[in-house]
Design a protein around this ligand. Structure first.
Ligand code: FEO
Length: 401
């Protein structure tokens, strides 16, 4: 049974939710599911913008069939070739073989790689700025390489001001009936997932996101239709401001992320004590996580939000505890920069975690390490409380509140 929705007089959402997938990209937990958005424009020509993941192919194909209502499908625009958006392309073209596929030259190559030369032969490459008139609508193609793959483009409907933005402006989280961000509690319910999505999926490609934002600034955008998550038709400036920040690795908030690793609770105790001292020092926004309990993608998202990081780790095999090493590797992979960082280490006989964490941070850009590093031996001793308090005060002193 179809389940499609009208967005504008001749534009429809033909996507679907997946609430069964545990790991997006077989990597990122998505306890709230994910939506795969695809769009159908019913103009004098019929145009489908992207397809969906295999998991929701049935309802997607029924959506397209229902809305076409016997009409042919003239065009399929492929903005992004990652399989969560292109997996159904072959099945779609089997039903509507007359459809002309439009995408970048790089995407034509990828269609061949994923589906073979016969399907690639149906695709025609479009160039930057090229337009397609579909009757009442004119669609402009704008390349957006590495947001998040090299073949990506976005499509702009010049008349209605609709930007089909591919992975940009997307979010984890299935859509609970409402499709538009202004109909739901985006800041409360979706923002952490939108940030986690950005930081982990396209965080590394800040420069390319910034390039896309520059191109977008020259367009009269009134609606943003991403490939995942809610659609935007109000408060676009709020969303664009988030993307401006994230693309430049500017923190969203003056806040301290305390991420600790702890084998037996002693490093945890020191980190929790530090969090209390931060609160007493007047720090308003503090978020404490056990790196073994929280998924690393959540920590990367939080690191994009917070201006300050406290990393606390026991020494393990003469180096950094593996879960903390993993976090540092992910932060580096996401290109994190421009943060103030404090270190806390534990070591029962040869503390080495701080040295290892410092070395990892030195491989990132514009990370300001605080002078104070607290080193505890096995467990926090009362005599070390002044050192911990000095660290809390130093952190508080560097926060703009
Ligand atoms: Fe949702 Fe890069 O694909």
């Amino acid at each position: 049974m179809y389940n499609c929705r009208k967005l504008l007089p001749d534009l429809y959402w033909v996507g679907a939710n997946d609430r069964r997938l545990a790991l997006f990209e077989n990597l990122f937990p998505i306890p709230r599911g994910v939506s795969y958005n695809a769009y159908l424009l019913l103009d004098e020509k019929t145009v489908l913008l992207d397809t969906v993941d295999h998991a929701v192919s049935r309802v997607f194909l029924e959506n397209v069939e229902h809305l076409l209502n016997g009409r042919g499908l003239d065009y399929v625009i492929v903005n992004h070739m990652e399989p969560d958006h292109c997996a159904t392309l072959q099945a779609l073209l089997a039903r509507w073989p007359e459809a002309q596929v439009l995408c970048t030259a790089k995407a034509v190559q990828m269609i061949g790689q994923f589906f073979g030369p016969a399907l690639a032969a149906k695709a025609q490459s479009v160039a930057e700025g090229q337009t397609l008139c579909t009757g009442r609508h004119t669609l402009r193609f704008i390349t957006a390489p590495m947001v998040h793959w090299p073949e990506v483009m976005v499509t702009f409907d010049e008349g209605d001001g609709v930007l089909f933005s591919a992975d940009a402006f997307g979010s984890f989280g299935a859509l609970d009936g409402h499709l538009f961000a202004d109909e739901l509690d985006f800041a409360g319910r979706f923002l952490p997932d939108a940030r986690r999505y950005y930081a982990n999926i396209v965080g590394k490609y800040g420069a390319q996101v910034a390039a896309l934002l520059k191109k977008a600034a020259g367009l009269d955008i009134r609606v943003i239709c991403p490939l995942h998550g809610p659609i935007w038709r109000k408060n676009l400036d709020w969303l664009l401001e988030k993307y401006q920040r994230w693309s430049q690795w500017q923190p969203e908030e003056q806040a301290v992320l305390v991420a600790y690793a702890s084998m037996y609770g002693n490093t945890a105790e020191a980190a929790e004590t530090l969090a209390g001292l931060l609160a007493e020092a007047g720090v308003q926004k503090i978020a404490v996580y056990d790196v073994s309990a929280a998924d690393v993608s959540e920590l990367v998202g939080e690191a994009f939000r917070c201006s300050h990081l406290v990393l606390a780790s026991p020494t393990y095999n003469g180096g950094v505890y593996p879960k903390m090493e993993e976090l540092l590797a992910h932060l580096k992979a996401a290109g994190l920069q421009k943060r103030t960082v404090a270190l806390l280490e534990n070591g029962s006989w040869a503390p080495a975690a701080a040295k290892g964490m410092r070395a990892a941070l030195e491989g990132m850009k514009e990370m300001a390490l605080l002078e104070n590093t607290v080193s505890i031996k096995s467990s926090l001793a009362e005599g070390q409380l002044p050192a911990l308090k000095a660290l809390a005060d130093e952190l508080a002193g560097t926060l703009a509140q």
